[in-house]
Design a protein around this ligand. Structure first.
Ligand code: NAD
Length: 303
């Protein structure tokens, strides 16, 4: 008896092998997908090749022959450029290919991108993630997916290799809106915990005591649980999520509120505070360095 040759499934392309994209691509490789990564950074490409992927400097080259293209890039403008700019990825994709933007992009950019891709027969899903580098490494990200349900179902096995909680959030752009709102709530929690540390510290409370009490009390949040001790109190400031990217997310959230005619005070002030921190700190500052910005503000006011 002869057995029919088995055609290997078409590979996936993942564009952007950064802090998040690289561990996400590695999860896909571990789950058995063939993955063609792309990044201008030679070090990022080498790290992915060492993990069993193939890697290209050109995104269009990586995407050639792929059944789905994932983007994990700094922002939606770069995603648009990679897909539809000169020599862009969209030109090499057959009709029906899934394009999954897992970056934290602005929802208004996403709806425009979907409209630009539609005449080419390309289906866009916005599927941003939450959980940071640690949960990208262990494949337990939260993933919020906007777009047509048929596309969400097609993407589900791919997303399941990277995340544990997958939410279909509604139409195109809804995943990105949800992600910006999540980061707003997360950033507000980090500011509150940082301010508590500064005030409590000045009063004479030990920083570890402050965090332990918050974590056993109603002030507990993700920052008190997973950020204050390892990244802030230790002054390591190396969580793997940059302050500039958080500032971008907060501006997206505040602009969304404006766009919807909701002049809410705190969402706007958190976005402004983060932009001031970005202007005052090093370009590669970690987002947990918001604590250093708040401390400097307090010391400046005293002087
Ligand atoms: P990063 O800066 O570490 O990675 C971005 C990567 O994209 C870099 O390796 C860069 O070389 C590459 N890149 C830039 N332009 C490119 C192009 N034209 N073609 C191909 N590659 C290109 O950023 P990150 O921390 O991995 O974040 C990526 C996205 O995920 C952002 O939208 C961010 O807001 C979001 N995000 C980050 C975290 C986190 O904890 N770091 C968590 C959730 C979501």
């Amino acid at each position: 008896m002869t057995t029919a040759p088995v055609t290997p499934p078409a590979p996936l392309a993942l564009i952007g092998l950064g802090q998040m994209g690289l561990p996400m691509a590695k999860r896909l490789v571990s789950a058995g997908f063939a993955v063609r990564g792309a990044d201008p950074s030679e070090a990022a490409r080498a790290a992915f090749v060492a993990a069993g992927g193939t890697a290209f400097a050109s995104a269009a080259e990586a995407a050639t022959g792929a059944s789905a293209v994932i983007t994990m890039l700094p922002n939606g403008k770069i995603v648009h450029d990679v897909l539809l700019g000169a020599g862009g990825v969209a030109a090499v994709l057959p009709k029906g290919t899934l394009v999954i933007d897992m970056s934290s992009s602005a929802p208004t950019d996403t709806t425009r991108l979907a409209a630009d891709l539609e005449p080419l027969g390309l289906v866009l899903l916005d599927a941003p993630v939450s959980g940071g580098v640690k949960r990208a490494i262990d494949g337990s990200l939260a993933i919020m997916v906007g777009g047509p349900l048929e596309g969400v179902e097609r993407a589900r096995p791919i997303l399941a290799a990277m995340g544990k909680s997958i939410f279909a959030t509604g139409p195109t752009g809804s995943g990105h809106a949800m992600k910006a709102l999540n980061n707003y709530v997360s950033a507000a929690g980090l500011i509150a915990a940082s301010e508590a540390l500064l005030v409590g510290g000045r009063f004479g409370l030990a920083p570890e005591t402050i965090v332990d009490v918050l974590n056993a009390s109603t002030g507990r949040n993700n920052s008190t649980e997973v950020k204050m001790k390892p990244f802030v109190i230790s002054e390591a400031f190396n969580s793997g999520f940059s302050l500039a990217l958080m500032a971008k997310d907060l501006r997206i959230a505040a602009d969304l509120a404006d766009h919807l005619d909701l002049p809410l005070p705190q969402i706007a002030s958190v976005a402004t505070l983060w932009e001031a921190a970005k202007a005052g700190l090093a370009p590669d500052a970690d987002h947990t360095e918001i604590y250093r910005h708040l401390k400097a503000l307090a010391e400046r006011a005293e002087a």
